[in-house]
Design a protein around this ligand. Sequence first.
Ligand code: MIG
Length: 692
Amino acid sequence: MIRRYDFGSPIPTGAVVRTLACENTPVPFFQVEAKEGQVSFSLTLDRDDMIFGLGENVRGINKRGHLFRAWNSDDFSHTENKAGIYASHNLLLFSGKDKLFGVYFDDPGAVTFDLGYTQQDSVRITSENGNLSVYIIEADSLTAICKEFRGLIGRSYLPPKWAFGYIQSRWGYSTDEEVREIVKGHRDRHIPLDGVCMDIDYMEDYKDFTWDKKKFPDLRGFNDDMRQEHIRLIPIIDAGVKQQDGYDTCEEGLEKGYFVKKADGKPFVGAVWPGRSYFPDFLREDVRQWFGDEYRKLLDQGVEGFWNDMNEPALFYSEESLADAFQVADELRHENLDIRSAFALKDAFANLSNNPEDYKRFYHQVEGKAVRHDKVHNLYGACMTQAAAEGFRRYDASKRFLMFSRASFIGAHRYGGVWQGDNNAWWAHLKMNLQMMPSLNMCGFLYTGADLGGFGCNTTEDLLLRWLQLGVFTPLMRNHAAQGTRDQEAFRFSNWADMRNIITVRYALLPYLYSEFMKAALQDDMLFRPLAFDYPDDDTARRVEDQVMLGADCMIAPVYEQNARGRHVYLPEDMLMVRFRSAEDYDLTPMEAGHYWIELDTTEMPLFIRRGHVIPLAKPAEYVEGIDESDLKLLGWVDKDVSITLYSDDGYTTSPCLEKGLTAITLQVQGEKATAQGHGLTLHADDVIIGD
Ligand code: MIG
């Protein structure tokens, strides 16, 4: 059951797709206080209450105890003290002795979430706008609450099947020759690969929808060559449009008045990669249509996927803030810089980027009215993703395109996926990657993953290998690194064969992972769940922060510590451990519920299959299109006959039908032997373990 409560005059966000009448009774569970234009919602926590949600964010799965703030930020250092990163996913789930409900704050501006931070037993959520809709969601389990919520916000984005392949990326690839070398580096060593991201250097002077003709003289031909090798090119698009005479996107945007404007009606100028830039008013439908159609310039070259960046929007400086900083510098020029003035000078420049004041300098048009940016800040990236997705639909409605964005808001989950932004080559960020998966899934973002190996800082051989072992399971499996860091492609390292072996596991599991992804997307379920969702009565399971449930049948528990040769795992029920070294080299260990220390060499990764469940494993392939989905091995630990269904489709149809895509597989147990049947499938059941 979902109920809606309005406060002030809510600004439409597009997050919710179901029309619900507004209740005129007080909102349950919370004490409401309106003060100085803000509205706060408070409640008291019992000692054992837990709080889930907030999507893409720092800290653990249980969010209790920290202070968060919904304010999409280009923050390249995801440390624990941060109040948020690139996304605002304002969903909370409360679970405890007397509490079981979800609450969604549909507010496009800043919202603070004091979740037992100021005082450990109290929660206070404050909408700085004071204009919002609050949705209270009740059902009989956390999983059911999420499903209800997902019904409210609409079906998740469906990527094409190739987007589940391994993708290589690096900020710095700049010529077609270089990309060919990267592809060759993988293909020569049989490291599977399906895509290469093109970062900002492919563009001409960082201008959206252009490419440098010297570096990519024949983009169409190059794209075709890559397609022959089963590789897709995935160019980046930035939110800011370079200010330059003769640049068509800039000129057209100016002429039609498509860019955000200052109070005086002049277009706002902020700087990003290309220097001074304009920012499309993505909150306007006509602007979305225009910008979305610009992607055609690259789609016409055969491109089938993009990533949208810098759409918080990131701002290096504005004309105004830069002028202020220079003024401070001028004033201090002849001073004897002391403790105060030296810092004042430094701060004048250090605080230029993503400065809160700049976000008050420009306006959007929302339903014909000018709305100051800071009131709707968190919608910007989401509306850019929507623009792209709608552009793709107009371009070819029959086909799925890949889209993942950096900034997001709930609602954007219908239009694209997200990557988890600029992490670092830190072990802590491997763990954070795992913890973000279920939280993002709660909010509808199913197609997601983090920069494997770490974006900033230099990775190490063991960190990348361990991170790939998690990446095997994340729908977006992309190795990405920042300019200036150590080369990070798997083939650069002495242990490349171990990395290859791990990546082959992804391809062997792909029929299963794709099936679970599509089932989750088409039924508003989560692909990754905290253990608390599946074992609500198990107090140990409820507090597990480093293992998560995957699909209907599995649990994952990656190693996330340097030099570790194993880890502790808690099994809430009997499970079969598959210890993979590669798609074809693994061992099986049936394990009863309980606590274990599991030996895992750096080359080994575990997957746990619940007793009574079976999952399919294909032969390894070097690209998604090469996977033979008709010849499958079954893995599992069963006591009796089992039937499962496997979803499959052509991989690009835009209106997949769950029922049509399902194939039933039945496993029959007779004595010590299992046999399996499924329409059109060759099935091998030798790796199914029977009974005790
Ligand atoms: O701030 O395009 O998060 O993935 O490589 C740098 C260059 C801008 C930030 C993205 C990152 C990308 C980088 N971009």
